[in-house]
Ligand binder design. Sequence first.
Ligand SMILES: CCCCC/C=C\C/C=C\CC/C=C/CC(=O)SCCNC(=O)CCNC(=O)[C@H](O)C(C)(C)COP(=O)(O)OP(=O)(O)OC[C@H]1O[C@@H](n2cnc3c(N)ncnc32)[C@H](O)[C@@H]1OP(=O)(O)O
Length: 201
Amino acid sequence: MALRAALRQKCGLIGILSQPSSSGSHSRVSAVLVSQMRNNATSPKIKVDFNQSTGVAVLSMQSPPVNSLSLDFLTELCISVEKLEMDRACRGLIITSSLPKVFSAGLDILEMYGKSPERCGEFWRAVQEMWLKMYSSNMVTIAAINGSSPAGGCLLSLTCDYRIMSDNPRYSIGLNETLLGIVAPFGTDKNIIKNTHTCSN
Ligand SMILES: CCCCC/C=C\C/C=C\CC/C=C/CC(=O)SCCNC(=O)CCNC(=O)[C@H](O)C(C)(C)COP(=O)(O)OP(=O)(O)OC[C@H]1O[C@@H](n2cnc3c(N)ncnc32)[C@H](O)[C@@H]1OP(=O)(O)O
Protein backbone atom coordinates (compact mmCIF):
# COMPACT_ATOMS: atom_id res chain seq x y z
CA MET A 1 0.00 0.00 0.00
CA ALA A 2 2.87 2.34 0.84
CA LEU A 3 4.34 1.68 -2.58
CA ARG A 4 1.10 2.45 -4.34
CA ALA A 5 0.81 5.70 -2.41
CA ALA A 6 4.38 6.63 -3.32
CA LEU A 7 3.75 5.93 -6.98
CA ARG A 8 0.54 7.91 -6.92
CA GLN A 9 2.46 10.79 -5.42
CA LYS A 10 5.42 10.56 -7.77
CA CYS A 11 3.69 10.34 -11.11
CA GLY A 12 0.10 9.32 -10.79
CA LEU A 13 0.57 5.65 -11.61
CA ILE A 14 -2.37 3.92 -9.96
CA GLY A 15 -2.93 0.21 -9.77
CA ILE A 16 -0.13 -0.60 -12.18
CA LEU A 17 0.82 -3.81 -10.47
CA SER A 18 -2.55 -5.36 -10.97
CA GLN A 19 -3.58 -4.20 -14.43
CA PRO A 20 -3.25 -6.43 -17.48
CA SER A 21 -0.80 -5.33 -20.15
CA SER A 22 -0.99 -5.20 -23.90
CA SER A 23 1.91 -4.95 -26.28
CA GLY A 24 2.97 -1.63 -27.67
CA SER A 25 5.66 -0.71 -30.13
CA HIS A 26 8.73 1.40 -29.68
CA SER A 27 10.46 2.45 -32.80
CA ARG A 28 13.58 4.52 -32.24
CA VAL A 29 16.82 3.02 -30.98
CA SER A 30 20.08 4.94 -30.80
CA ALA A 31 22.56 4.19 -33.54
CA VAL A 32 25.23 3.54 -30.93
CA LEU A 33 23.21 0.85 -29.26
CA VAL A 34 22.18 -0.68 -32.55
CA SER A 35 25.80 -0.95 -33.51
CA GLN A 36 26.45 -2.69 -30.21
CA MET A 37 23.79 -5.29 -30.94
CA ARG A 38 25.61 -8.49 -31.65
CA ASN A 39 24.72 -11.40 -33.87
CA ASN A 40 22.08 -12.62 -31.55
CA ALA A 41 20.38 -15.36 -33.46
CA THR A 42 19.03 -16.98 -30.31
CA SER A 43 15.63 -16.18 -28.86
CA PRO A 44 15.27 -12.84 -27.09
CA LYS A 45 16.47 -12.73 -23.49
CA ILE A 46 14.15 -9.85 -22.70
CA LYS A 47 10.42 -9.48 -23.26
CA VAL A 48 8.69 -6.13 -22.98
CA ASP A 49 4.95 -5.63 -22.59
CA PHE A 50 3.85 -2.03 -22.70
CA ASN A 51 0.43 -1.02 -21.48
CA GLN A 52 -0.54 2.12 -23.37
CA SER A 53 -3.40 2.96 -21.04
CA THR A 54 -1.30 2.97 -17.85
CA GLY A 55 1.97 4.07 -19.40
CA VAL A 56 3.69 1.20 -17.63
CA ALA A 57 5.96 -1.39 -19.22
CA VAL A 58 6.75 -4.80 -17.79
CA LEU A 59 10.20 -6.04 -18.74
CA SER A 60 10.55 -9.78 -18.19
CA MET A 61 13.95 -11.41 -18.10
CA GLN A 62 13.69 -14.77 -19.85
CA SER A 63 17.18 -16.16 -20.21
CA PRO A 64 17.31 -19.70 -18.76
CA PRO A 65 18.57 -21.17 -16.63
CA VAL A 66 19.15 -18.23 -14.27
CA ASN A 67 19.00 -14.88 -16.13
CA SER A 68 22.74 -14.43 -15.69
CA LEU A 69 23.97 -11.06 -16.88
CA SER A 70 26.13 -11.90 -19.87
CA LEU A 71 27.36 -9.30 -22.36
CA ASP A 72 24.56 -10.23 -24.77
CA PHE A 73 21.98 -10.10 -22.00
CA LEU A 74 23.17 -6.71 -20.75
CA THR A 75 23.22 -5.33 -24.29
CA GLU A 76 19.66 -6.48 -24.92
CA LEU A 77 18.53 -5.14 -21.55
CA CYS A 78 20.06 -1.72 -22.21
CA ILE A 79 18.52 -1.52 -25.67
CA SER A 80 15.10 -2.40 -24.26
CA VAL A 81 15.35 0.22 -21.52
CA GLU A 82 16.60 2.85 -23.95
CA LYS A 83 13.69 2.18 -26.30
CA LEU A 84 11.25 2.64 -23.42
CA GLU A 85 13.09 5.73 -22.23
CA MET A 86 12.62 7.35 -25.63
CA ASP A 87 8.91 6.63 -25.64
CA ARG A 88 7.29 9.62 -23.96
CA ALA A 89 4.18 7.56 -23.28
CA CYS A 90 6.13 5.21 -21.01
CA ARG A 91 6.35 6.53 -17.46
CA GLY A 92 6.88 3.42 -15.41
CA LEU A 93 8.92 0.25 -15.74
CA ILE A 94 8.59 -3.00 -13.82
CA ILE A 95 11.49 -5.43 -14.11
CA THR A 96 10.80 -9.03 -13.27
CA SER A 97 11.74 -12.58 -14.22
CA SER A 98 9.74 -15.03 -16.25
CA LEU A 99 11.76 -17.91 -14.81
CA PRO A 100 10.63 -19.81 -11.75
CA LYS A 101 12.67 -19.28 -8.54
CA VAL A 102 15.30 -16.93 -9.95
CA PHE A 103 15.15 -13.18 -10.56
CA SER A 104 18.77 -13.00 -11.73
CA ALA A 105 21.88 -14.96 -10.69
CA GLY A 106 23.97 -11.84 -11.21
CA LEU A 107 26.87 -11.38 -13.54
CA ASP A 108 27.54 -14.32 -15.81
CA ILE A 109 30.51 -16.02 -14.21
CA LEU A 110 31.60 -17.41 -17.56
CA GLU A 111 32.20 -13.83 -18.76
CA MET A 112 34.91 -13.49 -16.13
CA TYR A 113 36.98 -16.57 -16.86
CA GLY A 114 39.46 -17.13 -19.69
CA LYS A 115 38.40 -14.07 -21.67
CA SER A 116 40.69 -11.56 -23.33
CA PRO A 117 41.30 -8.23 -21.56
CA GLU A 118 39.41 -6.52 -24.40
CA ARG A 119 36.37 -8.74 -23.97
CA CYS A 120 36.48 -8.32 -20.18
CA GLY A 121 36.69 -4.56 -20.62
CA GLU A 122 33.67 -4.65 -22.93
CA PHE A 123 31.77 -6.76 -20.43
CA TRP A 124 32.44 -4.46 -17.46
CA ARG A 125 31.56 -1.42 -19.54
CA ALA A 126 28.22 -3.11 -20.31
CA VAL A 127 27.70 -3.72 -16.57
CA GLN A 128 28.40 -0.08 -15.91
CA GLU A 129 26.14 1.09 -18.73
CA MET A 130 23.31 -1.06 -17.39
CA TRP A 131 23.35 0.33 -13.87
CA LEU A 132 23.93 3.92 -14.99
CA LYS A 133 21.06 3.69 -17.48
CA MET A 134 18.74 2.18 -14.93
CA TYR A 135 19.76 4.39 -12.04
CA SER A 136 19.40 7.58 -14.08
CA SER A 137 16.17 6.58 -15.77
CA ASN A 138 13.40 9.15 -16.01
CA MET A 139 10.83 6.40 -15.61
CA VAL A 140 9.58 5.21 -12.25
CA THR A 141 11.32 1.86 -11.94
CA ILE A 142 10.31 -1.12 -9.85
CA ALA A 143 12.06 -4.45 -9.39
CA ALA A 144 9.48 -7.18 -8.82
CA ILE A 145 11.91 -9.72 -7.39
CA ASN A 146 10.20 -13.04 -7.80
CA GLY A 147 13.15 -15.30 -7.03
CA SER A 148 16.74 -15.37 -5.82
CA SER A 149 18.79 -12.35 -6.72
CA PRO A 150 22.42 -12.56 -5.62
CA ALA A 151 25.24 -10.12 -6.37
CA GLY A 152 24.67 -8.50 -9.79
CA GLY A 153 20.99 -9.46 -9.58
CA CYS A 154 20.83 -7.49 -6.36
CA LEU A 155 22.69 -4.62 -8.04
CA LEU A 156 20.08 -4.60 -10.81
CA SER A 157 17.29 -4.35 -8.27
CA LEU A 158 19.14 -1.60 -6.37
CA THR A 159 19.19 0.55 -9.49
CA CYS A 160 15.38 0.71 -9.33
CA ASP A 161 13.34 3.26 -7.40
CA TYR A 162 11.38 0.52 -5.61
CA ARG A 163 11.84 -3.17 -4.85
CA ILE A 164 9.18 -5.72 -4.02
CA MET A 165 10.30 -9.26 -3.24
CA SER A 166 8.28 -12.46 -3.06
CA ASP A 167 7.86 -13.56 0.52
CA ASN A 168 9.59 -16.91 0.16
CA PRO A 169 12.35 -18.03 2.57
CA ARG A 170 14.01 -20.01 -0.22
CA TYR A 171 14.76 -16.82 -2.17
CA SER A 172 17.94 -14.99 -1.24
CA ILE A 173 19.24 -11.56 -2.14
CA GLY A 174 22.40 -9.64 -1.29
CA LEU A 175 25.81 -8.48 -2.42
CA ASN A 176 27.69 -11.74 -1.92
CA GLU A 177 30.17 -11.40 -4.79
CA THR A 178 33.23 -11.03 -2.55
CA LEU A 179 32.63 -14.65 -1.50
CA LEU A 180 33.66 -15.49 -5.06
CA GLY A 181 36.65 -13.17 -4.87
CA ILE A 182 35.03 -10.70 -7.24
CA VAL A 183 35.47 -7.00 -6.74
CA ALA A 184 33.74 -4.64 -9.15
CA PRO A 185 36.36 -2.57 -10.98
CA PHE A 186 36.58 1.20 -10.91
CA GLY A 187 34.96 3.08 -13.76
CA THR A 188 38.00 3.99 -15.86
CA ASP A 189 39.17 1.91 -18.78
CA LYS A 190 42.63 1.61 -17.27
CA ASN A 191 41.28 0.10 -14.09
CA ILE A 192 38.83 -2.10 -15.94
CA ILE A 193 41.68 -3.68 -17.88
CA LYS A 194 43.81 -3.95 -14.72
CA ASN A 195 41.04 -5.76 -12.89
CA THR A 196 40.38 -7.90 -15.94
CA HIS A 197 43.77 -9.58 -15.50
CA THR A 198 42.84 -10.38 -11.93
CA CYS A 199 39.57 -11.91 -13.08
CA SER A 200 40.89 -14.14 -15.82
CA ASN A 201 44.06 -15.41 -14.21
C1 LIG B 1 32.49 -0.96 -13.92
C2 LIG B 1 31.83 -0.35 -12.76
C3 LIG B 1 30.85 -1.24 -12.10
C4 LIG B 1 30.19 -0.50 -11.02
C5 LIG B 1 29.35 -1.41 -10.21
C6 LIG B 1 28.64 -0.66 -9.22
C7 LIG B 1 28.51 -1.08 -8.01
C8 LIG B 1 29.05 -2.40 -7.56
C9 LIG B 1 28.05 -3.12 -6.76
C10 LIG B 1 27.86 -4.40 -6.93
C11 LIG B 1 28.68 -5.27 -7.81
C12 LIG B 1 27.90 -6.44 -8.22
C13 LIG B 1 28.84 -7.51 -8.70
C14 LIG B 1 28.42 -8.67 -8.96
C15 LIG B 1 29.29 -9.80 -9.31
C16 LIG B 1 28.45 -11.00 -9.64
O1 LIG B 1 27.28 -10.91 -9.88
S1 LIG B 1 29.25 -12.49 -9.73
C17 LIG B 1 27.94 -13.65 -9.82
C18 LIG B 1 27.48 -14.01 -8.47
N1 LIG B 1 26.38 -14.90 -8.55
C19 LIG B 1 26.29 -15.98 -7.82
O2 LIG B 1 27.16 -16.29 -7.04
C20 LIG B 1 25.05 -16.80 -8.06
C21 LIG B 1 25.38 -18.24 -8.06
N2 LIG B 1 24.19 -19.01 -8.36
C22 LIG B 1 23.28 -19.39 -7.43
O3 LIG B 1 23.36 -19.06 -6.27
C23 LIG B 1 22.18 -20.29 -7.92
O4 LIG B 1 22.51 -20.74 -9.21
C24 LIG B 1 20.79 -19.61 -7.97
C25 LIG B 1 20.82 -18.30 -8.74
C26 LIG B 1 20.29 -19.38 -6.54
C27 LIG B 1 19.79 -20.58 -8.69
O5 LIG B 1 19.84 -21.84 -8.06
P1 LIG B 1 19.21 -23.11 -8.80
O6 LIG B 1 19.35 -24.24 -7.87
O7 LIG B 1 17.84 -22.78 -9.30
O8 LIG B 1 20.10 -23.32 -10.11
P2 LIG B 1 21.56 -23.94 -10.21
O9 LIG B 1 22.42 -23.49 -9.10
O10 LIG B 1 21.44 -25.41 -10.43
O11 LIG B 1 22.11 -23.25 -11.53
C28 LIG B 1 21.56 -23.59 -12.81
C29 LIG B 1 22.63 -23.36 -13.84
O12 LIG B 1 22.95 -21.96 -13.88
C30 LIG B 1 24.36 -21.78 -13.72
N3 LIG B 1 24.62 -20.51 -13.07
C31 LIG B 1 24.18 -20.11 -11.86
N4 LIG B 1 24.59 -18.87 -11.57
C32 LIG B 1 25.34 -18.46 -12.65
C33 LIG B 1 26.04 -17.26 -12.96
N5 LIG B 1 26.07 -16.21 -12.11
N6 LIG B 1 26.68 -17.20 -14.13
C34 LIG B 1 26.68 -18.23 -14.99
N7 LIG B 1 26.02 -19.41 -14.76
C35 LIG B 1 25.35 -19.50 -13.60
C36 LIG B 1 24.77 -22.98 -12.91
O13 LIG B 1 26.14 -23.21 -13.04
C37 LIG B 1 23.95 -24.07 -13.50
O14 LIG B 1 24.54 -24.44 -14.73
P3 LIG B 1 24.56 -25.97 -15.18
O15 LIG B 1 25.29 -26.72 -14.12
O16 LIG B 1 25.25 -25.96 -16.49
O17 LIG B 1 23.11 -26.40 -15.26
